[in-house]
Design a protein around this ligand. Sequence first.
Ligand SMILES: C[S@@+](CC[C@H](N)C(=O)[O-])C[C@H]1O[C@@H](n2cnc3c(N)ncnc32)[C@H](O)[C@@H]1O
Length: 315
Amino acid sequence: MQDIHLIKKKIQLSRFKYFSLVLKKLSSTRPNNFFKVNKFISLQNLEYFETAEEICKIVFSLEKKWKLKKFYSLDSYNSLCQETMLEQLYLKKNGTYRAIRNKIDNIDLYKSSKKMKTYLLGLILTQVFWQSHYKILKFYKKNIKTKKEVKFLEIGSGHGLLSKYLMDNNLKSSGVICDISKQSLSLVKNILKNSKNVNKIKFINQDFFKLNEKSKFDFIIMGEVIEHVKNPKTFLKKAINLLQKNGKIFLSTCANCAQVDHIFHFKNIYEIQKLIKSSKLKIKSELITPSENIPKKKWKKEKIAINYCSILVKK
Ligand SMILES: C[S@@+](CC[C@H](N)C(=O)[O-])C[C@H]1O[C@@H](n2cnc3c(N)ncnc32)[C@H](O)[C@@H]1O
């Protein structure tokens, strides 16, 4: 399975035991998904393979802990890809997300331990298999490098990888992790269990709109969450009120990205930037990345999902 590009870069895939297993299974069960992924990974460097290996190792250990069948996460990932394709087709046909048209509020999903487990295990693999998600993760990792003590808040942690990378990078960090789903927090606790500073973290299972937190934070992480709420402006405003002056926010979201649980539709990147600028935040750096390799002039017409992330500073 070793790719010619990797051989040239002297990257020995077999060194990455867990990632190789996942790839092998993907190639035998979903050749189409594998083809797309393989093209992307053959262009990556060592850093990518190390990240992919770490994530696949986490996924295997969770499957074991929760007594799930082997490759449960990969099956979830494949279902997520299929679901995403159907939702994207719905968007192209109807101009809006199905969840919005059907007035879905996601409460059933957040309350269901089984559905959330499946969803989050699939989502975690998108971090290494979807090029836009990987680029965002890379952008995030680059922007959290600091030796200073960081008091952080993560809102809508999902799997918790973003908090994990921050804490591993900075042992002095402490913070609060808030998610509306109990299952999500259970996953985060598992992912963070080996982090040295986990005892400095408070986990709060609550709708962020209702969070009653008095202290202020240096850094707020909001990865892929504002498109899951009906009013992202109020959500962002509440986050800003919890931010120290000159504090920073990592925000990621997307435009024209239909998913079963996306209940706010940003129609283009400009709408996201407009929301940020109207919220007393300054964009320090940003990344805009399409979900498919399609020329920019076709993004709008073909309603291609575009991922967005930025580091924002409170003015
Ligand atoms: C797509 S996941 C985000 C995963 C991760 N942060 C990332 O960047 O990939 C969205 C998460 O937001 C949580 N969430 C949605 N609405 C929320 C709310 N109102 N308050 C807190 N968490 C919320 C969901 O339970 C879910 O775990």
